[in-house]
Design a protein around this ligand. Sequence first.
Ligand SMILES: [Mg+2]
Length: 314
Amino acid sequence: MKTNIPFTLDTKKSISALGETALIKQIKIWLGKTNPRSPFGIGDDCAVLPASKTSQLVTVDPIIYGRHFDQSVTAEQAGSKLLKRNISDIAAMGGKPTYCVISLSLDSHVKLSWLKSFYTGLRKTAEKYFILIVGGDIAETKGACSATLTLLGKTASKRFLTRHSAKPNDFIFVTGKLGLSLQSGHHYSFTPRLNEALWISKQTAVNSLMDLSDGLAKDINCLVPKKAVACIYSDKLPLRSKASIKEALCDGEDYELLFTVSNKTNPEHFKSRWKKKFPNVELSLIGHMCPQGKRPSNALNLSAFQGYEHLSKQ
Ligand SMILES: [Mg+2]
């Protein structure tokens, strides 16, 4: 039976059958054209990258077996997810992804066939988004099957958006649907909102932008300006099919865009411009940044909901 479990007790089928040097050779073959020749790609102490005329972006995110994926996800889907969740972070700054390096922590019992498929997922996704994979590292780690990817990007123009520039009274918008990411398979099948974020970053009325990874209830706190509070309305939340309000607020791994728009903008005009540009991507006005102490009684009390909190016992 075909299984997605990354480990095998058959040493002939594991990565230990190859050893590091032969494995790196294999990885270069698996990556094909997404791995340029040394010194621009794998094969030297560092990769050499061209200078950039605009600001450079850098982000890092891992996937860990048992945490970010399990045997319900194929190796190819896991490889794709690793790159896409990093792309989502570059998108969240209004940037374009460019180059990446990958650090693997693998038990010697990891199947060679699993790793090959993992790299197939990485390669296909890299090709789709014109990303070059220019280096990496492999460390043997007992019991582990995890990979950490560092992705570089560049801003599309001089303007880039951060989490720290929302203003009181800004409208709050979110793309797509929220909740049940794990159950629906969205956590690996999602499309990073790269083109949407590029468009958003060009709109001067947009004051702040981020991507949703830990759940709206937690992530919105990153955007709330001083002397304001986020007022979000439950009937405005774009729920994934069968998702509850709590699941939409707390599940995490939505990889949607959350952003704020100046209250001097007509939100309906903004939405209709969006619809013309992205007819297949839902955009929802879910609330606004109320001045402190002025939260309407029908707005959600977000402190009653918990998003995913890393490094805490939940
Ligand atoms: Mg993020």
